[in-house]
Design a protein around this ligand. Structure first.
Ligand SMILES: *[C@@H]1O[C@H](CO)[C@@H](O)[C@H](O)[C@H]1NC(C)=O
Length: 287
């Protein structure tokens, strides 16, 4: 029989565990730290937004202070305008565990003025990546802020742009396929020069006469279980991102996902026969 103190604890936990598992920081420094070149990350708007700078002396990067095991992370990002060829802005989650690394990547590949930005996504599970897909965006991501999110639960990983799913990686452990599930991941972002591969396969070089290059981030929204986590957080179905509504795309999301795949997908490792004469198992029909 439940004692009144355990009932009191339970009700406190419902309240505080919810607060701990949900955070929209007022400022960047509340949840993040600079990992590379603090001279090249400027806090603006009272620390609620940041400006990332890339010039010939350096790029820059930041990371979350905590690691998370499942949840949803969203960022509002405004990418480098104009001629951004050769630059890469990345937003990703990473377990930081080298040989058994799990990683979920958004990489924004710059382009010459007027040419479309490309969003590359990749999924590493248990140390293996090489699962690139690319979509061209249906808007100019440098004209305004747009929301880029990663939902990660026991069922799938969903990459979304303005809540439109652009990629789904399902948990197919039952078929023996690897799924990132055992390691917490931190949230990272970097802005750097990668003109050896980023734009048209490295043909388009960065134009330093256009530097410095600026990208902007705001509304850092982490809803996840920090690890080590508060009681009540671990994997329980109490977390909203595990609930049935988030276990698969709903009809509307599925329709928008098909629209992206039909109209905006420009590269998929699953159909790259020169790389994979035999498609990787997660690419099979019905998976
Ligand atoms: C850049 O623009 C060219 C020409 O439209 C396009 O083929 C390419 O996919 C775009 N993106 C990158 C990253 O090269």
């Amino acid at each position: 029989m439940a004692s009144s103190s355990s009932l009191l604890f339970a009700s406190l936990c419902i309240h505080t565990c919810f607060l701990l598992a949900w955070s929209r920081p007022a400022t960047f420094l509340q949840d993040f730290r600079i990992t590379w070149a603090d001279t090249h990350i400027k806090q603006i708007q009272g620390g609620t937004a940041i400006q990332l700078i890339l010039d010939q002396s350096s790029g820059c990067g930041f990371a979350s202070k905590s690691q998370y095991l499942f949840g949803k992370v969203s960022m509002k990002i405004k990418l480098i305008p104009g001629d951004s060829a050769g630059t890469v802005t990345a937003f990703y989650m990473n377990s930081d565990t080298d040989t058994v690394r799990d990683e979920l990547d958004f990489e924004f590949l710059g382009n010459r003025s007027g040419q479309p930005y490309t969003v590359q996504t990749n999924v590493y599970a248990h140390g293996k990546g090489d699962r690139e897909q690319r979509v061209n965006l249906w808007f100019d991501p440098a004209a305004d802020f747009h929301t880029y999110s990663i939902l990660w639960n026991h069922y799938h990983v969903v990459f979304s742009v303005d809540e439109v799913p652009i990629r789904v990686y399902k948990n197919n452990e039952a078929r023996g396929l690897p799924y990132p599930k055992f390691q917490p991941m931190g949230i990272y972002s970097t802005l750097w020069e990668a003109d050896d591969w980023a734009t048209r396969g490295g043909l388009e070089k960065i134009d330093w006469s256009k530097a410095p290059f600026y990208a902007y981030y705001k509304d850092f929204d982490i809803e996840g279980c920090p690890v080590p986590g508060p009681a009540g957080c671990p994997s329980s179905s109490a977390n909203w991102w595990e609930k049935p509504a988030y276990q698969a795309l709903d009809a509307d999301q599925a329709r928008r996902y098909r629209w992206v795949r039909l109209n905006h997908l420009i590269y998929d490792y699953c159909t790259d026969r020169s790389r994979y004469p035999v498609p990787p198992p997660e690419c099979s029909e019905g998976i």
